[in-house]
Design a protein around this ligand. Structure first.
Ligand code: R5P
Length: 311
């Protein structure tokens, strides 16, 4: 077992990520992956890779195509860390699992993001950290302190550096959910903005109505929290192009993790995709541009590891 000299014990789930390594580096400690053995029947044995007694334990999880497994793995790490005398346990999911199911969509569906928070608390977690959770209000119902970090300042800096002629830019919300974010960014940067109403039918089909904003001859940044099938960006960019937009750039926090989706987006009316590294995303030459949330997360995590002042 590794002995860490810093106040942190930084444990990464079985899906490591360059973001985890970068955050640990900025915190001045090492990101160490949990030991995992898979038995023939699919059960696993996990073992903490680092001594945790008296430490600020950070469990850093990258969401994968098997979110349920990541959640259960996290519960076991929390429980083991707590029973091994960790000082505190902070769970970091840069992309919070199940965040889109933040309300009961149909009777009997439940609200999984809240359930996950309850389970983390029951297992012994002291706090949760995430980035741009789908509907920030949902964390008000979580039963443990939850810190939802906003990428607004990062997005604003990014846009400021890359855009000179501000009157040629328009920020666009592809649904009402993204509108307040787009309005706030547009206000900071003094850009125009537009939006559209989106409806997802029960068979998954998307319907868009009421496009707002004069997009003619403009460079449009479509701002959203995440990409899943790519349907939103593909359909909205098609409409915007038909309405006379010049260039169209997709700008999302939680980016593309599937090659199939990436290929779909490349053949759509999108010139570029700007994403952060909250998920294990796929880069593709000049089409994708990635900026990191490592510093944003590190600054937040540092607050928890600071020695408390003697009274
Ligand atoms: C939905 O409300 C979200 O904010 C995103 O717009 C959505 O998850 C994108 O999904 P897709 O890429 O499948 O259209």
């Amino acid at each position: 077992m590794i002995e860490e000299k810093s106040p942190y014990a930084f444990i990464v789930g079985s899906q490591s990520s360059s973001l985890a390594t970068e955050v640990a580096h900025l915190l001045g400690c090492e990101a160490v992956s949990v030991y995992k053995k898979i038995f023939d029947d699919g059960e696993t044995r996990l073992r903490l890779p680092i001594t945790v007694a008296g430490k600020e334990v950070i469990i850093f999880q990258t969401i994968t195509e098997q979110p349920d497994a990541s959640i259960f793995e996290t519960l076991r790490i929390i429980d083991t860390a707590k029973t091994s005398d960790a000082k505190t346990v902070t769970v970091v999911f840069p992309c919070y699992p199940y965040a889109r199911q933040d309300r009961e969509i149909q009777n009997g569906c439940g609200i999984p993001p809240k359930l996950i928070a309850k389970l983390f608390k029951t297992a012994g977690a002291d706090r949760l950290v995430t980035v741009d959770i789908h509907t920030p209000k949902q964390i008000d119902d979580f039963p443990l302190p939850t810190f939802n970090l906003s990428t607004e300042a990062l997005f604003a800096n990014f846009l400021r550096k890359r855009t000179e002629k501000t009157d040629e830019i328009l920020l666009f919300a592809p649904d009402r959910g993204a509108l307040s974010r787009v309005q706030s960014l547009a206000k900071i940067l003094n850009f125009d903005f537009g939006w559209v109403d989106k409806q997802r039918l029960s068979d998954g089909t998307l319907k868009f109505a009421n496009f707002h904003g004069d997009v003619r001859e403009k460079d449009i940044y479509i701002i959203d929290d995440r990409i899943d099938t790519g349907g939103t960006l593909i359909t909205v960019s098609k409409h915007l192009k038909q309405a006379g937009a010049q260039h169209i750039i997709g700008m999302v926090t939680h980016g593309v993790t599937s090659i199939i989706v990436l290929e779909r987006l490349k053949t759509a009316e999108l010139d570029k995709l700007v994403e952060t590294d909250t998920r294990k995303i796929i880069q593709d030459g000049k089409f994708t541009e990635i900026f990191s949330v490592a510093e944003l997360l590190t600054e937040e995590l540092k607050k928890f590891g600071r020695p408390t002042k003697p009274v």
